[in-house]
Design a protein around this ligand. Structure first.
Ligand code: NAD
Length: 265
């Protein structure tokens, strides 16, 4: 039988997952969980896929759940799903900068004998960075460079006049922890680099609003016993959400495939 997943959220990444499920036929969307106030509206759009307004309405044991929603969704549903023994792929990785939630998720996964799965998201090299930790990592930094429009609705608006920028401007330098807290929709990569490597407090982050680029550019540098690495990806944003790189959506899909495929890479 085709594995059925629970999808949390109804935005840009979730749409890519639904599209891939329909196109590939490798897994199905057993249900979509949205905020209660959006349930009726999303149900009309996604019919006949069941749309839930709360986890209590879940009427089957999904092969896994994929969160593509927000920090609040990780907090609201993550521990409960893991305690029910349901593996959970989390896109909103910045939520894990909250130590209490991070501990709760890990405890819930242990209790439910489930796995919390963090996809690499919009960047390459997360596997290498994490492997490098085994030999000892000395330094890790992450720079996010996006067009000014991608920083709308973030604290960058208090630091620079996004509409008037003529040259690349750094609007944040600091730890991955503060980045994840203050830029919840933009600092998922910072959080992923932190979790794979030196942690939220020792991972250095820079964020740049750059009117000369149209892509979301991610740069990772690290050094340690393994040697050094400098990686850059010029990611094309999803048309439906300029804050989100298309690679981030593909990486959630890859994490789903890796749970159901006979070969994992
Ligand atoms: N890991 C990465 O590299 C990476 C990259 C880009 C985005 N993200 C994160 O992935 C998540 C989804 O991104 P997107 O581009 O699809 O965002 P989006 O804004 O297009 O869609 C988010 C959807 O989730 C819904 N939602 C929010 N809170 C919810 C809740 N508590 N319960 C149910 N639904 C809820 C919203 O209504 C919206 O439909 C975001 O948190 C984003 O920050 C991660």
């Amino acid at each position: 039988m085709t594995p059925q997943i629970l999808l949390i959220g109804h935005g840009a990444i979730a749409a890519e997952v639904r599209h891939h499920a329909a196109q590939s036929g490798l897994y199905g969307i057993g249900a979509v969980l949205v905020r209660p106030e959006r349930q009726a509206m999303v149900q009309r759009e996604l019919d006949p896929v069941p749309v839930l307004g709360s986890l209590q309405q879940l009427g089957f044991q999904p092969a896994l759940a994929a969160e593509c929603a927000s920090h609040s969704a990780v907090r609201a549903h993550g521990p409960a799903l893991l305690r029910k023994g349901i593996d959970l792929v989390v896109a909103s990785i910045g939520a894990l900068a909250d130590d209490a939630l991070y501990r709760d998720l890990k405890a819930a996964a242990r209790e439910g004998r489930a796995q919390l799965i963090l996809p690499a998201g919009a960047v390459p090299g997360i596997d290498a960075l994490n492997a490098a930790m085994i030999g000892g990592l000395e330094q890790a930094s992450y720079t996010s460079r996006k067009p000014p429009s991608a920083w709308r609705g973030t604290p960058a608006e208090q630091v620079v006049r996004l509409d008037d920028l003529r040259k690349p401007t750094v609007h944040y330098t600091g730890s991955a922890r503060a980045a994840a807290r203050d830029y919840p929709k933009n600092a998922n990569v910072a959080a992923t680099v932190a979790l794979a490597g030196l942690g939220f407090d020792r991972t250095e982050v820079r964020m740049i609003a750059d009117p000369t680029v149209t892509e979301n550019i991610h740069e990772i540098s690290a050094s340690g016993a393994f040697g050094t690495m400098h990686l850059t990806v010029r990611g094309k944003p999803l048309a439906s959400n300029p804050k989100t790189s298309s690679l981030a959506a593909y990486s959630v899909i890859r994490a789903i495939l890796n749970r159901i495929a006979p070969l994992v890479i």
